[in-house]
Design a protein around this ligand. Structure first.
Ligand code: NMX
Ligand code: MLT
Length: 438
């Protein structure tokens, strides 16, 4: 049976051909137009970059190579003894467009586990950081420093051919993903449970199985399964989201994958993006503290208005592309509903009740183009219930996950020879001039 790298090697020529055809036959074909609102409005809706692994439809949500989330849940192999799709099987799908066999997915788990040990200097570097430094800042530092061993960087220095770019990028990307659990877990241990011994990587476990173990939740099967689903679901959300786009931009300079992904993590660390993960829980807990348990719909409504009137956003609601409830949110809600212990949790009940009230309030408020929940509206609350209560850590888990999509595109960008990203900017004066002349 073929490895991920061999499978990828097989599918690359057809994609290279597809791109060549697009370039030669359609370079001048017009597929949209640019309005002033796109230029001043954060490029919303502008179709202007290639991204292979997934496409986001505003109403239907994400598809990974054409597969919806329920499709993926049906066909992607779980870990031994588990039900949820693994990070490895999602990565395989993202990279190759194919569904791996259970054996292929297991083989990839073994490869990742065998490469997962952190270099000693990275352990020392992370251990030297103050406990008070935000876990996301620490993660970005660790990922950037892993480029000490970058295969791409050293081959580039030696003058490698362009046709070899993707192979070295691939090697770095797999090493990066393999090392993320140990890095992310070390940060968690240092910040929240210093002094406890961190177990070794288990060669028989999948990436998330190892991650949970290293975090210190090894016996917690519920959390492990939840994290498998979480990490597969957050893996990719097409290319325009801030973290994926950052990775793509930095990667386009031929900075190695560690530097590109480190930059992406700092985009993810903003509250309008991945940090919403922690903000939702903070907001929900403040509501619970103020209103107590068994909150009514009317009380939630009032609390939502209080948040909005104070000029803050309702975290976990709204989206730059989606115009319906995020199917990732729905998948996590279904996970909750299949588990009585979660449905008994007052935090999870609060998420559900908020969902019953918030869209109408946000519609009445009249600002957001999407009054429905995104994935962050629920993801952290389940972590909290299963014992991972330190919410400042939540975006780190998102950061482990988002690597799946980012590294996939880094490899494809190099295999397809995509150029340096460099859009044209305008000053307001230049824009006015352009408007007058058009
Ligand atoms: N609560 C209150 N106001 C909102 C919300 C919200 N949840 N969402 C959007 N708005 C406001 C937004 O601030 C803007 O106001 P103004 O005109 O004063 O600048 C207006 O509605 C129009 O914004 P949109 O065009 O609907 O949204 P945009 O595409 O600019 O931003 C988000 C998308 C996701 C940044 C925005 O909806 C938001 O801030 N949501 C809350 C934070 C959040 O949940 N982020 C996580 C996104 C998912 N992720 O994981 O990355
Ligand atoms: C994501 O998963 O990246 C978020 O939903 C934000 C986005 O897609 O813009």
């Amino acid at each position: 049976t073929k490895t991920l790298r061999e499978t990828l090697q097989d599918v690359i020529p057809a994609k290279q051909e597809q791109l060549k055809k697009l370039k030669t036959e359609h370079a001048q074909t017009v597929v949209g137009d640019i309005k002033v609102e796109n230029i001043i409005g954060g490029m919303r809706g502008l179709k202007s970059m290639l991204w292979e692994a997934s496409v986001l439809d505003p109403n239907e949500g994400i598809r990974f190579h054409g597969l919806t989330i329920p499709d993926c849940q049906k066909v992607l192999p779980p870990a031994p003894g588990g039900n949820e799709m693994t990070a490895e099987s999602m990565l395989w799908l993202l990279m190759t467009g194919q569904v791996p066999t259970t054996e292929q997915s297991r083989q990839l788990s073994q490869e990742l586990a065998s490469k997962g040990q952190l270099p000693a200097f990275i352990e020392q570097l992370i251990d030297s950081l103050p406990q008070t430094l935000h876990p996301m800042t620490q993660l970005g530092i660790g990922v950037a420093a892993l480029n000490h061993d970058s295969s791409f960087q050293s081959a580039y220095e030696k003058g490698m051919k362009k046709s070899e770019y993707w192979t070295h990028t691939y090697e770095d990307c797999i090493n990066l993903l393999a090392r993320l659990p140990a890095l992310a877990a070390r940060i968690y241990r240092n910040v929240y449970h210093p002094g406890k011994k961190i177990p070794a990587i288990d060669k028989d476990l999948d990436l998330v199985g190892n991650y949970t173990n290293l975090l210190g939740f090894g016996g917690n099967k519920n959390l492990t399964e939840y994290l498998r689903l979480y990490i597969a679901l957050h893996g990719d959300h097409e290319g325009g989201n801030a973290s994926a786009h950052t990775s793509h931009l930095v990667g386009s300079t031929l900075a190695d994958p560690y530097l590109a992904y480190s930059a992406a993590l700092y985009a993810l660390a903003g509250p309008l993006h991945g940090l919403a993960n922690q903000e939702v829980l903070r907001w929900q807990q403040a509501m619970q503290k103020e209103l107590g348990d068994n909150v009514t719909h009317d009380q939630i409504k009032e609390y939502l208005w209080k948040t909005l009137k104070s000029g803050q956003v309702v975290p976990g609601y709204g989206h730059g592309v989606l115009r319906q409830a995020d199917p990732r949110f729905i998948a996590l809600q279904e996970f909750c509903e299949s588990r009585p212990e979660l449905m008994a949790s007052s935090t999870i009940q609060l998420v559900k009740k908020t969902y019953e009230v918030a869209p109408a309030v946000l519609k009445e408020h009249g600002k957001t183009k999407n009054p429905y929940p995104n994935v962050d509206a629920t993801s952290g609350c389940v972590l909290y219930h299963y014992g991972l209560t330190e919410y400042k850590y939540y975006t780190v888990i998102f950061g482990v996950s988002r690597a799946l999509g980012a590294i996939t595109q880094l490899v494809w960008s190099r295999a397809l020879g995509l150029p340096l990203e460099r859009p044209k900017s305008l000053s307001m004066d230049a824009l006015e001039k352009l408007i007058k002349s058009s």
